[in-house]
Design a protein around this ligand. Structure first.
Ligand SMILES: [Zn+2]
Ligand SMILES: [Zn+2]
Length: 153
């Protein structure tokens, strides 16, 4: 699997005289393969299946480094655990929907949010520099399951 994030990470490491170790590669590849915005523990659990010598602290350190390099973003969602989640899709500005049932994260683009920004700027005279919008609800899959559970067959 060719990962853009992996290639960028290698370049950043090289520029700092660092090396892409097997464990760093595994962590980066695991994060890129997930579109769930996983927590560090989730990355750890999945990556550990391929390398049982991996430590959670290594996962944290690597994710933190990727974040500092601007290659990934950390996000806080208002779910009950309020755990930091890591977002490998940091190339574009985008926003998130989180399903309250299965915790799936769905990304959406900025078109609607741009409208909000423009309207706000027009009314307030302020200039918006950044923002965060998170919507919560029930995803299509969970809605289907709830609907199926309610229908006796
Ligand atoms: Zn995202
Ligand atoms: Zn769901």
């Amino acid at each position: 699997m060719k990962s853009v994030l992996l290639e960028k990470s290698k370049k950043h490491l090289r520029a700092q005289g660092g090396r892409m170790t097997a464990q760093r590669r595994l962590i980066v590849e695991t994060l890129s393969s997930l579109d769930t915005h996983p927590t560090a523990e989730e990355v750890y659990r999945i990556a550990r299946e391929k390398d049982s010598t991996l430590h959670l602290s290594t996962v944290y350190r690597t994710l933190r480094w990727l974040e500092q390099e601007g290659l990934i973003a950390s996000r806080l969602f208002d779910d009950e655990r309020r755990q930091e989640r890591f977002d490998a899709t940091d190339h574009n500005e985008h926003y998130h929907f989180m399903c309250n049932s299965c915790k799936k994260v769905i990304e959406f683009d900025t078109l609607l949010v741009n409208t909000i920004k423009a309207q706000f700027e027009l009314h307030s005279g302020a200039q918006v520099e950044s923002g965060s919008v998170v919507l919560y609800g029930t995803c299509a899959d969970c809605r289907k399951q709830i609907f199926a559970a309610e229908q006796p067959d």
